[in-house]
Design a protein around this ligand. Structure first.
Ligand code: ADP
Ligand code: ASP
Ligand code: MG
Length: 407
């Protein structure tokens, strides 16, 4: 008999009929003798709807109250799924994050899990029940409700699997696994049998929303066997595995990620003297704005252009800060661009293959796509381009690295 943690995402519980279908699926596992803990998201669109209600009332809602609001979506689905299970004679019990006692730090809207009390879940499992836990939420030590950041139900599932030492954590979603790139953008994207934790962490952090990055980090750290599967059809899905020799032999590039959530800012004509980079970025970080890519070009006239990217939500705030910095440093002007996108190729095989970057840049230039910024690490290369070429760039690179074929 195995202990399985299953997570069903928003689309999978998007209607009452779908919730009933999830109940049938859970019951099958239960009938075959497995113990099952189910984590659910809010019904699709619900979290966005709740956020827009807050937006209508306040420009800058207090984070504590935002968490009280957005955590309600998951409370609805745990109750409905438990009822659906009881209706088909499968004993079940719902639990909120606070009822389990998923203890987090106090960072509202991006809280980190610190501890999980598994005793109430174990008690319910021993009584023969399916335990249905609300994803995305926890409580801090003062009993305030917290949430784990968008897509956080994935992290709840992995964290529960780690705490309960489950045999597998299964993430059920609206695609049947992890693909070489978003299958909604490239028709020929291919489902991967396996992907390494290392690659999956890069893919997630570079924009592949199929798994929340923290969930993958957590699974890697605690060696939780993690699989992504379809809610709607049977199949093997994709297993996230630890790095192996075998993987080192594989193709240079295994996947392509992209992200439309960034904006670019440039300070033009900055005097090229020591300390300038920190003078530009310090006031940005003082406003709690995270910086992603950074590029500095030195011109011949002892002046430099300093470019960096931030989350699009922070663009206006960052631009205002940069305008002040511009004046202080005696730079020429502060410029910005909201219509950019970042495309990244990812693969552990890149370490042992030369010429991957050249191939990437050539493929983009053959399509007339201009590269505005570049950043690299051992297993990824990212470029910033004009947003209007994003889909073309992803398709082009998918073809150039022959990702539709298994290697
Ligand atoms: P859920 O609501 O179940 O958590 P998400 O919308 O968060 O589902 O994640 C699933 C979506 O991730 C898919 O519908 C797909 O469009 C997108 N996606 C992005 N990149 C990939 C990828 N490499 N492989 C599979 N899906 C991807
Ligand atoms: N409902 C939350 C969100 O939409 C959490 C999740 O679905 O994972 O971000
Ligand atoms: Mg998700």
């Amino acid at each position: 008999m195995a202990l399985i943690v299953q997570k069903y995402g928003g689309t999978s519980v998007g209607t009452t009929e779908r919730i009933q279908a999830v109940a049938e699926k859970v019951k099958k596992f239960r009938d075959s003798g497995d113990d099952v803990v189910v984590v659910v998201s809010a019904m699709s669109g619900e979290t966005n709807r709740l956020i827009s209600l807050a937006d209508a009332i306040s420009k800058d809602p207090v984070p504590r109250e935002m968490d009280v609001l957005v955590s309600t979506g998951e409370q609805v689905t745990i109750a409905l799924l438990s009822m659906a299970l009881q209706q088909i004679d499968c004993d079940a019990m719902s639990m909120t994050g606070g009822q389990v006692r998923i203890l987090t730090d106090q960072s509202h809207m991006k809280a980190r899990i610190q501890d999980i009390d598994e005793s109430r879940m174990r008690e319910a499992l021993s009584a023969g029940k399916v335990v249905v836990v609300a994803g995305f939420q926890g409580v801090d030590e003062d009993h305030n409700i917290t949430t784990l950041g968008r897509g956080g139900s994935d992290t709840t599932a992995v964290a529960l699997a780690a705490a309960l030492k489950a045999d597998e954590c299964q993430i059920y979603t609206d695609v049947d696994g992890v693909y070489t790139t978003d299958p909604r953008v490239v028709d020929s994207a291919r489902r991967m049998e396996k992907v390494t934790f290392e690659e999956m962490i890069e893919m997630a952090s570079l924009g592949s929303k199929v798994l929340q990055i923290r969930a993958v980090e957590f699974a890697g750290k605690y060696s939780v066997p993690l699989r992504v599967l379809s809610s709607f059809e049977d199949g093997p899905g994709t297993l996230i595995t630890i790095d192996s020799e075998e993987n080192m032999e594989q193709a240079a590039v295994s996947g392509i990620a992209f992200n439309r959530d960034e904006a670019k800012l440039t300070l033009v004509g900055v005097p090229d003297i020591p300390g300038v980079a920190s003078k530009i970025l310090r006031p940005i970080s003082d406003k709690n704005i995270e910086v992603d890519m950074i590029v500095q070009n030195v011109g011949l006239d002892k002046k430099t252009d300093f470019t960096f990217t931030v989350h699009r939500n922070d663009y206006k705030k960052a631009k205002a800060v940069l305008e002040e910095v511009c004046e202080k440093l005696g730079a020429e002007r502060a410029a910005g661009d909201n219509d950019i996108a970042k495309v990244s190729i990812v693969g552990v095989g890149m370490r042992s293959h030369a010429g991957v970057a050249t191939k990437m840049f050539e493929a983009l230039s053959d399509e007339g796509i201009n590269i505005q910024m570049i950043s690299t690490s051992e297993i990824k290369i990212s470029v910033v381009i004009d947003e209007k070429y994003l889909e073309l760039a992803v398709r082009t690179l998918h073809g150039a690295f022959d990702l539709a074929q298994e290697h």
